[in-house]
Design a protein around this ligand. Structure first.
Ligand code: TK8
Length: 335
């Protein structure tokens, strides 16, 4: 009987560790908020994540993907996560800088020259380290998604040289790096939450904004903006985060489900975003926007002008993090 009991115990342990059991999952509703419209790369990936979680928990954990900033702007949702009033969200790393200064490193103009570099650095050790700075602030970062390379739109003129920005009232994200960058370039930079942007453009409260092609399309900025300048001036990540208060109530199996689904959603989101971005420019032209490319010589003039901003970012994020990111970019560039 002793041997049998031992064997039974071993079998039970094996089953429990090998595969999560139904009893590991409690019935839970997860409010997953985001800022863009339902029919956007952000919305598609949020729904993908929701399905993965439901599948993995046999329907016990239900993720409600809620877009259009219906739960609030990025910064409002962050506060809801910290307070435990909302479980999850995805939004720009740029809007987290007020909480976690290290996040500002991703706002460095012209940091990445392609998505391969971005993936390697964000998913590598320094990306993890920056992500981990959220936890003491009350949020758990799961994965980075791609927002994408940002481009300028406005109603005044095509931006062919830096000086063309001089009298452009440009909406920027609520973040000092963006504010300082565009001020340094001579624009009249105005910080605004994304949720107020379309109306601000429509009412001409601002002349322009900057976002990836995908967002210009999904948010229908082509209806209220005439010129698009391909500038690729910075790569923006999004980050999927969880309320730390809520996270601490989950079982290890539940945490693993969220982590695994987040990784799957990252692969889905990046592929989907890149496919959309590849054909977006043609779509934007077809919608009537006038498109020009920022000449390379002008991009490098801007880069020189922004050197002072870079020194400020290094100070904000700490020289150690700055150096690690630069080294990681260099390494990614070499392979
Ligand atoms: C969506 C924002 C958006 C960002 C911005 O909530 O604010 O311009 O690019 O994607 O996070």
């Amino acid at each position: 009987p002793f041997a049998l009991a031992g064997l039974m115990a071993a079998v039970t342990t094996l089953a429990a560790t090998g595969q999560a059991m139904a009893q590991d999952f409690k019935p839970r509703i997860v409010r997953f908020g985001y800022g863009l419209v339902d029919e956007s790369n952000q919305g598609r990936a949020a729904r993908f994540f929701a399905k993965e979680v439901e599948k993995a928990t046999g329907g016990k954990m239900k993720v409600r993907a809620i877009g259009n900033a219906s739960l609030g702007s990025d910064t409002q949702m962050q506060q809801a996560l910290i307070g435990g009033a909302q479980e999850m969200m995805v939004g720009s790393t740029a809007t987290l800088v007020g909480l976690s200064p290290e996040m500002a490193v991703w706002d460095t103009p012209f940091l990445f020259s392609n998505v391969k570099e971005a993936d390697a650095v964000l998913d590598g050790p320094v990306g993890e380290k920056v992500k981990a700075t959220l936890e003491p602030k009350g949020m758990v970062g799961l994965v980075y998604w791609e927002n994408g390379f940002r481009n300028l739109t406005n109603n005044k003129r095509p931006i062919a040289k830096m000086e063309d920005l001089a009298d452009v009232k440009l909406r920027v994200m609520q973040n000092n790096v963006f504010l300082d960058s565009f001020k340094a370039l001579g624009a009249n930079a105005v910080p605004l939450p994304f949720s107020e942007l379309f109306t601000a453009l429509e009412t001409r409260a601002v002349d322009g904004q900057e976002n990836p092609f995908n967002t210009v399309l999904s948010s229908k900025f082509y209806e209220v903006q005439k010129y698009l300048t391909v500038s690729n001036h910075v790569y923006s990540p999004w980050i999927v985060t969880v309320s730390k208060k809520w996270w601490d109530t989950l079982s290890p199996a539940e945490k693993k489900v969220l982590q695994d689904a987040a990784v799957k959603s990252r692969e889905f989101e990046r592929k989907d975003t890149r496919e959309e971005a590849a054909k977006a420019l043609a779509d934007i032209k077809a919608k009537g926007m006038q498109v020009n490319e920022l000449p390379a010589a002008e991009a490098s003039r801007m880069r020189d002008k922004l050197a002072a901003v870079n020194a400020g970012i290094a100070k904000t994020v700490g020289q150690g993090t700055w150096d690690e990111v630069q080294a990681a970019v260099k390494q990614a560039r070499a392979v």
